[in-house]
Design a binder for this molecule. Structure first.
Ligand SMILES: Cc1cc2nc3c(=O)[nH]c(=O)nc-3n(C[C@H](O)[C@H](O)[C@H](O)COP(=O)(O)OP(=O)(O)OC[C@H]3O[C@@H](n4cnc5c(N)ncnc54)[C@H](O)[C@@H]3O)c2cc1C
Length: 159
């Protein structure tokens, strides 16, 4: 319910999953937050609704199992009874010419892990590359003193 006498710091228009996540973190950081939603229930396109007797489905978010577990935990969703019926589901985008795009759910998870590892390595690699370019500049200056250059290349990894 909207309390008209209360001063809100933030008004989030729309209680879809993005609005709800923003509202949660803003409230956790101490802001007074009001979420306004035009529909009868929250969730937007990720809301689950019953389309036939005892059969429910998310309107759009068929990949909801990819929800970041940290976000789910911060929002207390597990305590609220969130359970995924399945994980690592495949998905398909149908094409008129029959050349459908099929994305395998397991390989998607592997890709996400690889992406995380790549992001962790990125600062290390960029530090190494900048040392390397520095070494190459020195190589020119030191007239191909290879043993010195190799020690310069290896030194960032030993420090
Ligand atoms: C076919 C399809 C499949 C998808 N599959 C996935 C998937 O598998 N996984 C996934 O993560 N994402 C999926 N998405 C994308 C996902 O649905 C959207 O990214 C997500 O719903 C966006 O969330 P949102 O909170 O920004 O907006 P919405 O979910 O659209 O929520 C917006 C909310 O704001 C409310 N609203 C709008 N205007 C007002 C107003 N003026 N005043 C008050 N309330 C208002 C609406 O009623 C609604 O509840 C899919 C999208 C489509 C179209």
């Amino acid at each position: 319910m909207i309390d008209l006498n209360k001063n809100y710091d933030v008004i989030v228009v729309g209680g879809g999953h993005n609005g709800l996540i923003c509202a949660t973190y803003l409230a956790k950081s101490g802001r007074k937050v009001l979420v306004v939603e035009a529909n009868q229930s929250l969730g937007g396109a990720s809301a689950t609704s019953e389309f036939s007797d005892r059969f429910s489905v998310s309107s759009c978010a068929h990949w909801l199992f990819q929800l970041n577990p940290d976000v789910a935990s911060d929002m207390g969703l597990n305590k609220q009874g969130l359970e995924f019926a399945a994980r690592d589901l495949n998905t398909i985008a149908l094409a008129e010419d029959g050349n459908h795009l099929i994305i395998d759910g397991t390989s998607l998870r592997v890709q996400q892990y690889l992406m995380k590892i790549a992001l962790l390595l990125l600062p290390l690699i960029s530090k190494y590359l900048s040392s390397l370019s520095c070494c190459l500049a020195r190589l020119t200056a030191e007239r191909r003193n290879w043993s010195r250059v190799i020690s310069l290349i290896v030194s960032p990894w030993l420090s």
